[in-house]
Design a protein around this ligand. Structure first.
Ligand SMILES: [Zn+2]
Ligand SMILES: [Zn+2]
Length: 320
């Protein structure tokens, strides 16, 4: 009798071990290195992300690096010396667009950094190559553009809607183009590890204001992942309060526009599945009083108990 149930027992324990292993590693760790949309140069858009339990991160945008790592060490989100963390734990940079508040930290800290990839749509990498990593603006630490090329960084072009592995990490990325003050462009990055996903949007305007369909087509692409319970969180910007006139949005969102876009996404999804997604609010512009107003408006307009997260510099988040 025992002989007969032994194989079944072994099979059962292998199966439960596998389930347990999956269960321990089903999300992402995010360390915000910078969360604001302007002014404070020590706290500009940049988020380290790695699968839960891993120390192999990439940076989603790179407005602030060093000051953010130092804050994260103080808050016990990271252990070590900031330069070493940048050198060893950040395996690459994903840059959403060419504005300084999304890449200044990468440029300024480049002399102390190690060799790695910079990922982006070709049009974004061209801005780095032609405007920043030039010998007039700084030094050319990259592998293309003005000579001499120091070749520390390798530009890695992402073709829209195509999946690529992120070198030296366990993650993959797929890029989508966004409209950021038409005709200017920005990027959304869909990051995956196994079957778990996170979506990061760089700066973006609403389709109706931008006269664009970029968000509509992004929502159509990712809705099936929400319905499957695989997309855990979406980073989306809210730069200005509702009072900001349409003509002065410069390709950004207000709380009202944030919700009008999200209701379009919700319309494509199962409402139970939609409510499980966390929305990480990014890029709110100073002064502090305006930023507080944005938060207040987001909370008061929140009609259908959405999970809103207001990230803080240095404070790690676990998304699963
Ligand atoms: Zn921008
Ligand atoms: Zn920005």
């Amino acid at each position: 009798m025992f002989r007969r149930i032994l194989p079944a027992l072994i099979l059962f324990s292998i199966y439960t071990c596998k389930l347990w292993a999956q269960g321990t590693n089903q999300g992402f760790t995010i360390i915000p290195l910078g969360v604001k949309g302007g002014d404070d140069e020590s706290n500009l858009s940049s988020y380290m992300i790695a699968p839960e339990g891993s120390e192999k991160y990439v940076c989603l945008d790179a407005g602030t690096i060093n000051a953010g790592i130092q804050k994260a060490i103080k808050m016990k989100s990271l252990k070590g010396i900031s330069e070493e963390i940048q050198r060893r734990q950040i395996k690459g940079y994903l840059i959403s667009h060419g504005h300084l508040d999304h890449l200044a930290g990468l440029i300024i800290n480049s002399p102390a950094d190690t060799a790695k990839n910079i990922y982006g749509l070709p049009s974004v990498l061209n801005i780095l190559r032609d405007k920043y990593f030039t010998w007039d603006a700084w030094a050319n630490f990259a592998n293309e553009g003005e000579k001499p090329q120091l070749k520390k960084y390798t530009y890695f072009s992402l073709i829209e809607n195509t999946t690529y592995p992120l070198k030296d990490t366990e993650m993959k990325v797929k890029a989508f183009e966004l409209s950021h003050g038409n005709p200017y462009k920005s990027t959304a990055f869909l990051i995956s590890h196994d079957d778990v996903y996170i979506l990061y949007l760089g700066d973006t305007g609403a389709d109706e204001i931008e006269k664009s369909d970029k968000l509509a087509s992004l929502w159509k692409n990712i809705a099936p992942l929400i319905n499957a319970g695989q997309l855990k969180a979406i980073f989306l910007e809210v730069s200005f309060p509702n009072e900001q006139p349409d003509k002065q949005l410069f390709g950004h969102l207000t709380p009202k526009l944030f919700y009008s876009e999200l209701s379009k996404l919700e319309g494509l999804t199962d409402s139970k599945a939609f409510k499980k997604v966390s929305f990480i609010v990014t890029h709110t512009k100073p002064p502090q009083k305006t930023a507080e107003e944005v938060k207040k408006q987001l909370i008061s307009e929140k009609s259908k108990d959405l999970k809103l997260i207001f990230p803080e510099q240095g404070k790690h988040l676990t998304i699963n």
